[in-house]
Design a protein around this ligand. Structure first.
Ligand SMILES: NC(=O)c1ccc[n+]([C@@H]2O[C@H](COP(=O)([O-])OP(=O)(O)OC[C@H]3O[C@@H](n4cnc5c(N)ncnc54)[C@H](O)[C@@H]3O)[C@@H](O)[C@H]2O)c1
Length: 376
């Protein structure tokens, strides 16, 4: 089957996640990069285009020019999807324009800058009939699929307690003042939105908790902090959670936990069993029982559910992780584009809207001295 051609917006020189998307998209040979607007200047965009072997006419100009140019190509030549990997404030304008020009969209999280623009995008997606995927990549780890399958099958019983944390330390100092661009835009409200830490990594944690348990967070009480002097947005937060059906929990997201890397960890406990998973050790899922030793479930093993098995590429014991989880999303989106009846088993607009509601609720609650507020 021929690979699906795509454009990329963002992912220019020195960018972080654009290259991750390109590797992931290429992993299963379902996608082929054909052009893009990779940076805010045409020169830097062409620099990336040249490094990727693209013709200058497929990598020059602004993102608006890039979409207009592509839309004029014949159906055989033109891209079918646009990948958005820019700072947050550009996600929704780019996605709206891409949908209008007839492209499917794969966008990184968070959805955008506000709930209102998220709703505008949701309406545009529904009207377009195009696919919109949001790369909450952690949901596509094989053992997260297993965790979700175990919860759905009732193996944990009714869920009572959910603890999720995302611990980073990279913003423990004033990195943004050194010109480090990932830090600069994440701490700028005009580009990041209403939150730094909760928008950047808190949304991943909340999404993972909801994805595995199948339970929406109904209300929360958040205590956000800005520890680094002069910073405009939060760099740390502790949040109490109440889930639909009565489960309770806590979410800690922080970018000032010195020395921590990407400590995303989920623990879920029901009436009958408990689950523990950590993204820094993603090939092991701990299943705890009340009356016998814990089981260690491992990526790639034959005893896993069909969903978990389909997300692994190599025999057990060969580590799979971050890049492969992204690739699973790309592969599932390709299947959905090729066959409208294929399951849409990847995160989408609803996850994006939940993320925006989560950010809003955290900011509102914290401003009210950690009062309980509804999510959405
Ligand atoms: N899912 C994940 O694990 C994950 C991880 C990191 C980042 N992200 C998300 O990905 C997005 C990008 O983050 P990043 O860390 O790669 O940022 P980055 O600063 O490294 O890269 C952003 C890129 O966007 C380009 N850009 C900016 N304005 C542009 C414009 N007008 N036209 C075209 N390109 C433009 C920049 O030149 C740069 O190349 C953010 O929304 C972030 O939240 C997700």
């Amino acid at each position: 089957m021929p690979a699906l051609p795509y454009l990329m917006l963002g992912g220019g020189p020195g960018a972080f996640i654009g290259a991750v998307h390109r590797i992931a998209a290429a992993m299963d040979q379902h996608w082929r990069l054909v052009g893009g607007s990779f940076a805010s200047t045409s020169e830097r965009s062409r620099e990336t285009g040249a490094a990727l072997g693209l013709a200058p006419e497929r990598s020059s100009g602004t993102w608006q020019e890039c979409l207009a140019r592509e839309a004029k190509l014949s159906a055989e030549e033109r891209a079918v999807a646009v990948v958005i990997v820019t700072p947050n404030h550009l996600h929704v304008p780019m996605a709206l324009a891409a949908l209008k020009a007839g492209f499917h969209v794969i966008c990184d999280k968070p959805l955008g800058g506000s709930v209102a623009e998220g709703k505008e995008l949701a309406a545009a997606i529904a009207a377009s009939g195009r696919i919109f995927a949001l790369t909450h990549n952690y949901t596509a780890h094989p053992l997260i699929s297993e965790a979700r399958a175990l919860v759905r099958a009732g193996r944990l019983g009714a869920i009572r307690k959910v603890l999720v944390e995302y611990a980073q330390g990279w913003l423990a100092g004033s990195l943004e003042k050194t010109g480090q661009k990932q830090a600069a835009w994440r701490t700028d409200p005009a580009q990041a939105g209403a939150s730094c830490c909760m928008g950047d990594i808190g949304t991943h944690a909340a999404n993972l908790a909801e994805h595995v348990t199948g339970l929406p967070i109904e209300s929360l009480a958040a205590d956000l902090s800005t520890f680094v002097p002069g910073r405009q947005l939060d760099d740390d937060g502790s949040v109490l959670l109440r889930f639909r059906g009565g489960a309770k929990g806590a979410l800690v997201a922080s970018q000032i936990m010195v020395g921590c890397e990407n400590g995303l960890r989920l623990r879920v406990y029901g009436e009958k069993a408990g689950l523990e998973w950590s993204q820094e050790e993603p090939n092991t899922l701990v299943l705890r029982h009340p009356d016998r030793p814990a089981e260690l479930l491992r990526t790639g093993q034959g005893y896993l559910s069909a969903d978990a098995k389909s997300g692994a590429r190599v025999p057990p014991g060969h580590p799979e992780g971050y890049l492969e989880a992204f690739a699973n999303i790309y592969t599932r989106v390709a299947a959905a584009i090729r066959d409208p009846k294929a399951p849409r088993d990847f995160p989408g607009i609803d996850d994006g809207l939940r993320g925006m509601a989560f950010i809003n609720a955290c900011v509102e609650s914290s401003a009210k001295n950690a009062a309980w507020v509804k999510v959405g």
